[in-house]
Ligand binder design. Structure first.
Ligand code: NAX
Length: 327
């Protein structure tokens, strides 16, 4: 058997983790022959740690063959110790009447601390995937604290948006989701993000040609993908959890599977007209487990460029709100 990999998960007693942890432990993220040790991190509050104990009891009761151990921690230095993957799911939710700038700053504090500690104590090959919102900016903040781990080790999740867009295109065309490919998400994980439909394929052909409804693609499609999270909250009374967990499974599994092409928020380095220092969704190709190269050279028309400019503007603004925190 392969040696176990250590997977640290923050917000481990939260609702996304409740859907996520059993799937990691059952092999959906790292494969059916890869043992894992889960390092579950929560806030040092009795209620949260008690809930975490309950989650761990349930995982025990699944008797997962691949789950070789669990560490329950309220201290990041313990939670991230020697972790190969750090999945940063926990974040502070936006409270009533709270300004976006305040949310950014409050969460910024969490991600400066976690970025610094991951850099200090995680494994030499550590990779970080951020889900907690605002995910792109939180990844940027955590990466800015690192001295040992390079920026490419820090990614944020836009895969939920990709999966949402894929299903919407499939439904519009009346085909299975497996027939839709190359639908990539550019920019922020927020309603400003851009699902670049002009490059998507349905059954190997241009999706735009098959759908034959540019007004729908520019209007309803982009809007519905962007506002899907709000639609889930309106319907369920709680934010996306199972689909977010599933997207993180996809995000990490495709990042450890060479050859996979998928949307990931990475340090832009100025690609596609984004500010060089923001983390923006764009297509990547996994080159070796955990490593990727950004797919460049995808041509953008005027509509696409205007959407990218808008989502970039938001990312630059988020960066300005937390500028004094960046390491
Ligand atoms: P929950 O509120 O159910 O759980 C969050 C958990 O994080 C809580 O148990 C809390 O105690 C814990 N936590 C907070 N600060 C922590 C810290 N510093 N260290 C460790 N644990 C900490 O939220 P949930 O529904 O699970 O969502 C988690 C995050 O994912 C939120 O920020 C949410 O906005 C974000 N989302 C991101 C998505 C994406 O596509 N990037 C989609 C889904 C989701 O909305």
């Amino acid at each position: 058997m392969k040696p176990a990999i250590r997977v640290a998960v923050t917000g481990a007693a939260g609702q996304i983790s409740y859907s996520l942890l059993p799937r990691i432990a059952s092999g959906a993220m790292f494969g059916p022959d890869q043992p894992v040790i889960l390092q579950l991190l929560e806030v040092p509050v009795e209620k949260a740690m008690k809930a975490l104990e309950g989650v761990a009891m349930e995982l025990d009761d699944c008797a997962f063959p691949l789950l070789q151990g669990m560490v329950l921690a309220d201290d990041a230095k313990v939670g991230f110790k020697d972790a190969n993957w750090c999945l940063l799911v926990g974040a502070k939710p936006r409270g009533p009447g709270m300004e976006r700038a305040d949310l950014l700053k409050d969460n910024g504090k969490i991600f400066t601390t976690q970025g610094r500690i991951i850099d200090e104590v995680a494994a030499e090959n550590a990779r970080v995937a951020v889900v907690g919102n605002p995910a792109n900016t939180n990844a940027m903040i955590a990466a800015s604290m690192a001295r040992r781990l390079t920026p490419d080790r820090f990614t944020a999740m836009v895969r939920l948006d990709q999966n949402r867009a894929q299903t919407m295109l499939a439904k519009k065309a009346g085909v299975a989701t497996t027939e839709v490919s190359e639908i990539f998400i550019f920019g922020n994980h927020s309603p400003t993000m851009f699902p670049a439909f002009s490059h998507a394929k349905i059954q190997g052909q241009a999706a735009e040609k098959l759908v034959n409804d540019r007004a729908w693609l520019e209007g309803e499609f982009c809007e519905k993908v962007g506002k899907r999270g709000a639609a889930i909250i309106a319907a369920r009374g709680a934010s996306s959890a199972t689909s977010a967990a599933n997207a993180l499974i996809d995000h990490v599994r495709d990042l450890v599977t060479p050859g996979k092409i998928h949307s990931v928020a990475v340090k832009s380095e100025g690609r596609y007209g984004f500010d060089p220092n923001v983390w923006a969704g764009m297509p990547v190709k996994t080159t070796s487990p955990g490593a990727f190269e950004v797919i460049t050279g995808i041509e953008m028309d005027d509509f696409a460029n205007s959407k990218i400019a808008a989502t970039n503007k938001e990312l630059v603004e988020e960066r300005s709100f937390v500028a004094e925190m960046l390491g």
